[in-house]
Design a protein around this ligand. Structure first.
Ligand code: HEM
Length: 368
């Protein structure tokens, strides 16, 4: 095909247009990356703040770094199907994988009851979209916005001279965020839990359930343990019960799971008009409807070095039809930061040392 050569002015005009289009694309990337506004909160800035508090640990999660995978199942009672059309809530059994972890970003930190603990779940209903959720063993979250989360990380980071956080920085943060002081008070008043197996884990963020008729309701969920307290712990707030065992909470969990599968009830709380869905520092009143959605069973524990949770990002926005995000601003921030953490740790896989806990290497026995 013959092409008509462009006259010099027309060619220049076209090059200028192409150049402008390319510049605007580059500009868009730069804007998204936060290059024009160094104070704008981005995924990378949040990850840097997490690393400033916990140190760099190649190959590990930037938060909830010390953990263990598991496989199990969910036996749906069918009771939640009236509120959500998600396939996972139809009566029947669904395969799941998950992860237990301590919330800090330090993968070799000695276990301590004061560190929040987590359970993350990935429901894999056959032929249907997945549902992933990460839950913590606290009743409310400590901040209500991503900006406050970042500020809190900055206020708690160690001072390079003393190696300790600056108490004045935390005081200043709390004076700007009374909701965090209120949340700490709620957390401290919570009944003691002695380990992973007897902990209740909560979604904290609100979501929305949508049923087959299109009716949408606000919800939060949690898993409530069906087994009693861990027998090895001498006293619920005594972290010196096993001074020589840096992994005592994980080792307790492994010992209990070797005895029998561990079970939790998945309980969905249905909110009412006026209940805050955007602020996870606020509890909903106790008299809200609780729906017993079914039983989560943890059948096998595995090391996260090569287990089924290693390459999973428990992004709270991986939701099936029938479960939708609420207006909580933490949800999209979590999704963005988890993705960045995942990309980083996946790229560092060859440098990663073995994880601190490996269920295959623990032989402690539960005493009656
Ligand atoms: C802006 C607030 C938050 C930030 C920046 C944040 C950050 C992170 C990061 C970076 C990870 C590691 C992700 C990975 O590499 O796979 C993580 C894991 C996790 N987060 Fe958050 N988080 C936030 C709020 C929350 C809230 C409100 C919850 C509520 C329950 C939560 C629960 C969890 C859980 C359970 C995990 C562990 C998942 C696993 O075991 O892999 N986070 N978080």
């Amino acid at each position: 095909m013959n092409e008509t050569p462009l006259s010099t002015p027309r060619a220049l005009a076209r090059f200028a247009l192409i150049g402008a289009a390319m510049l605007s694309v580059v500009g868009l990337f730069a804007y998204t990356g936060g290059w024009f506004s160094p104070t704008r909160l981005t995924q990378s800035r949040m990850i840097d703040a997490l690393h400033a508090g916990s140190g760099l640990h190649p190959g590990f999660r930037a938060a909830h770094a010390k953990g263990m995978c598991f496989t199990g199942s969910f036996d749906s009672s069918g009771a939640a199907a009236a509120y959500s059309k998600a396939v996972v809530f139809a009566p029947g059994k669904v395969a799941l994988t998950g992860r237990f972890a301590l919330a800090s970003g330090m993968p070799f930190q000695p276990d301590a009851l004061a560190i929040p603990r987590s359970m993350a779940l990935r429901f894999m209903a056959a032929g249907a979209a997945e549902w992933r959720t990460g839950m913590n063993n606290i009743p409310v979250f400590v901040v209500s916005t991503p900006e406050a989360f970042y500020e809190q990380l900055e206020a708690s980071k160690p001072n390079p001279a003393s190696g300790k956080p600056d108490p004045d920085a935390m005081k200043a943060f709390l004076s700007r965020h009374p909701e965090t002081s209120r949340a700490f008070a709620i957390i401290q008043a919570q009944p003691p839990q002695t380990g992973f197996a007897d902990s209740t884990f909560n979604s904290l963020n609100a979501f929305r359930f949508v049923n087959a008729a299109g009716i949408s309701v606000p919800v939060r969920w949690g898993v409530v343990p069906m087994q009693p307290a861990v027998v090895q712990a001498n006293s619920p707030d005594d972290d010196s019960a096993h001074p020589s065992d840096k992994n005592r909470l994980f080792d307790d969990l492994i010992a209990q799971e070797h005895e029998q599968p561990l079970r939790w009830r998945l309980v969905v709380t249905v909110g009412e008009p006026g209940d805050s869905t955007a602020d996870s520092t606020v509890q909903w009143p106790d008299n809200r409807r609780h729906v017993d959605a079914g039983i989560v069973t943890v059948e096998t524990l595995q090391s996260e070095d090569d287990g089924p949770c290693t390459d999973i990002n428990f992004d709270p926005l991986v939701l099936p039809p029938g479960i939708e995000p609420s207006d909580d601003p933490l949800l999209s921030a979590r999704s963005a930061v988890y993705s960045r953490s995942f990309t980083l740790r996946a790229g560092q896989r060859p440098e990663k040392p073995p994880s601190a806990v490996n269920p295959a290497e623990v032989t402690r026995v539960v005493k009656p």
